[in-house]
Design a protein around this ligand. Sequence first.
Ligand SMILES: Cc1ncc(COP(=O)(O)O)c(C=O)c1O
Length: 425
Amino acid sequence: MQYLQYDRDDLVLENVPVRQLAEEYGTPLYVYSESQIRDNYRRMDEAFAGVPHRLCYAVKANSNPEILRLLAEMGAGADAVSIGEMHLSLQAGVAPENIVFAGVGKRDDEIEFAIQQNIRGLNVESEMELQVVADIAARLQRRARVSLRINPDIDIHGHPYISTGRHQDKFGIAMDVARRLITEYRDHPHVQLVGLHAHLGSQIAQILPYRKLGEVMYELASFTAQQGHRLEYIDVGGGLGVRYEPQGDERHFRHDWQGVNELAIEPKAVADALLASLRQLELPILFEPGRALVANAGLLLTRVLYLKETGGKRFVIVDAGMTELLRPSLYSAYHAIVPLQWREGEAIQADVVGPICESGDFLARDRRLPPLQRGDLLAVLTAGAYGFSLSSNYNARPRPAEVLVKDDQHRLIRARGRLEALWAG
Ligand SMILES: Cc1ncc(COP(=O)(O)O)c(C=O)c1O
């Protein structure tokens, strides 16, 4: 958590007092540290330095155009899952040859767009989709660049909603089917098999799944080469996790949020585990980190509206909820919450909840917090990934604004949603 700290009693991001941002731009507000994103990218890139590689940033984690531009400038490619994400990536300056396109439900127009743009690879997720890609390419008189997304049946032992590489998950093609397709699609006039792809899931905190993935991909790549295909790359997906919870007993108190915002595993250890087998193939490696590049760079700022005690429980009601940050409601995810200005006094234990008309609308349950008053400002930490990008207009709430901080400078990178836009269609 290099760029976020308390200066005496005030929370400071890079060299900007966070309170100043809340006052200038209003709340709820997403705030990101540019230096943190740059550091994250460099660290990840260096981990793969020994082999030809490309980090294809998973756009879904945070698709703010300015953040995409920043990463594109540093050399990132893009892992897109919709025509919208492909457009955003192209507009941010990502070259088509550095864009891959995944997703179990690609529409025909999206496939056509990807073929026309000649992106690096369509990560095909089923036999039927491969047939559709071949048909569309034939109609366009093109040869589609395809990568088979395999389901390697590797369990990351994480939340079921973000595990994507087990045999019962909807993603990817089973190994036996992939082998058959690799044989059948040899010398196909409209499909060129250029890569193999897999993505195990998100918030991975162990090395072993990556090691196993390297082995599975190595074995399948060798088979693919024997069948006469000339693979151009291996795409190993993303998934590297980030620590959201502080360690220790005195959780989320000022002196004890070390550990929050660290990566769950060293990028170098992940790269080494993958490369233990894959290095021998001498093919470029694509890695698709999302969360690990942006999660720890972002904060969600929110203001305390009311304090309430009912049914033997204490609630802190704030102006951000599941519409701004869905992860707690969706996955029971933990986010550390800290005050922008520290107030001494006795700690309270409370649920931090939003204004949305759902009992499942909460940011924290039974959380120990410093004493709070109406009007106080709080920062929800580690909110840079799957925060704004999962936000919604539910309850007809305009989306929050986004601000990027660099040194002592800050700028608006997305204006707050306008009320009029809610009825403008
Ligand atoms: C295909 C693919 N690649 C990469 C990612 C990024 O995952 P993470 O943000 O955990 O790195 C995802 C996330 O869902 C994904 O579906």
